[in-house]
Ligand binder design. Structure first.
Ligand code: HEC
Ligand code: HEC
Length: 298
């Protein structure tokens, strides 16, 4: 915050507090004069209710005065007035850092113990998996869902269908370094609208094998196979999904397949190494691995 803004805030805040004080005292002075009381004889309802300009009751005024005093004390002790840090010098950052340091001191050794173990050993440790589950809820569920079953554009981590591979090292790599699956917009390369339509149909029919009689077959080989493979079964080195199964990262609907070809696709999983460090990444990798481990052919 620049010094000018800081002063702007300080002066604005202090002036409005003084203004409130003044308003309270000013309105308190407006007591009904004898004249007013006399005039009001004309405005009597229900026998004894009169219209008079009386001040607010004192207890009510005191509430206002006390809240203004409270804000003055608060602003003196805590940060709030522009760049003034407050007498206590309390700050959100310091408190956060202290809490993080305390948590690190408490849980760090536990994480370090599991972080030194191999994923395949952690999978059979219920305590490690329990920790993994709550780490997942904290760091991953906003994208992959609380049950890790994913959503449109966010892969399901509980099945055996992997964009990049389901080995422990692959999962851990994804967590530490992130992943970015990129598919360029390809509609212009395909030609006309009807070429686009037949490509969409071709993709939908890939589950039944390659229809070499389709006009789109040659174009698929030319424009798509570098990433998705000639048979459409995908490429885990690039994160290019298998188009021959019935698991879809986006959707099997015509409009969605078409949209992907017209606009391209970009799946972005952020790197987490800075945020969580290697120990927690190892525990999380074990947790994710365990989700499909049972159903895997082990
Ligand atoms: C901001 C959203 C986001 C967050 C947070 C996130 N992910 Fe992801 N994740 C994605 C996306 C999107 C992909 C697919 C990337 C692609 O399409 O290339 C992905 C891919 C993955 C993959 C690869 C899946 C495969 O099929 O190969 C794994 C494993 C994974 N995430 C685990 C995690 C874990 C564990 C966490 C928590 C530490 C996490 N993700 C947090 C969005 C996220
Ligand atoms: C440069 C590599 C590349 C090329 C070329 C490419 N794709 Fe893709 N494609 C990808 C990647 C990577 C994804 C996953 C995008 C993501 O993670 O969000 C994808 C996603 C898709 C999807 C979504 C699949 C799902 O499960 O929802 C379809 C459909 C698709 N591509 C079809 C095609 C077709 C048809 C072509 C040729 C016209 C093509 N792709 C060319 C890399 C490519």
């Amino acid at each position: 915050m620049s010094t000018a803004w800081s002063w702007y805030i300080i002066i604005g805040t202090v002036l409005s507090m003084l203004g409130c004080f003044w308003l309270i005292f000013w309105s308190n002075k407006q007591r009904a004069s004898d004249e007013e009381i006399k005039e009001s004889e004309a405005h009597v309802w229900d026998e004894d209710i009169r219209e008079l300009n009386n001040p607010l009751p004192m207890w009510w005024l005191w509430l206002f005065i006390l809240s203004i005093l409270f804000s003055a004390i608060y602003l003196a002790v805590y940060p709030g007035l522009g760049k003034f840090a407050g007498i206590s010098e309390w700050s959100q950052h310091d408190q956060y850092n202290q809490e993080v340091a305390a948590a690190e001191a408490k849980y760090g050794p536990v994480f370090a113990k599991y972080g030194a173990m191999e994923v395949v050993d952690l999978v059979s440790d219920p305590k490690a998996l329990g920790i993994g589950k709550s780490l997942f809820a904290n760091y991953c569920s906003q994208c992959h869902g609380s049950t890790a079953q994913g959503a449109r554009g966010f892969p399901n981590l509980t099945d055996n269908d992997w964009l990049y591979g389901g080995e422990p090292a692959k999962i851990e790599f994804a967590i530490l370094n992130g992943r970015a699956g990129v598919m360029p917009a390809l509609a212009p390369a395909l030609g006309s609208e009807s070429d686009l339509d037949s490509m969409v149909e071709y993709v939908q029919s890939l589950a039944d094998g390659q229809d070499t009689s389709s006009p789109a077959h040659a174009k698929f080989v030319m424009f798509c196979s570098a990433c998705h493979g000639a048979d459409g079964s995908g490429n885990q080195l690039l994160g290019a999904p298998n188009l021959t199964d019935d698991t879809w990262l986006y959707s099997s609907a015509k409009a969605e397949i078409r949209r992907g070809i017209v606009e391209g696709r970009r799946g972005d999983m952020p790197a987490h190494s800075q945020l969580i460090g290697p120990d927690r990444a190892r525990i999380l990798a074990a947790y994710v691995y365990s989700l499909s481990y049972d159903s895997a052919a082990h």
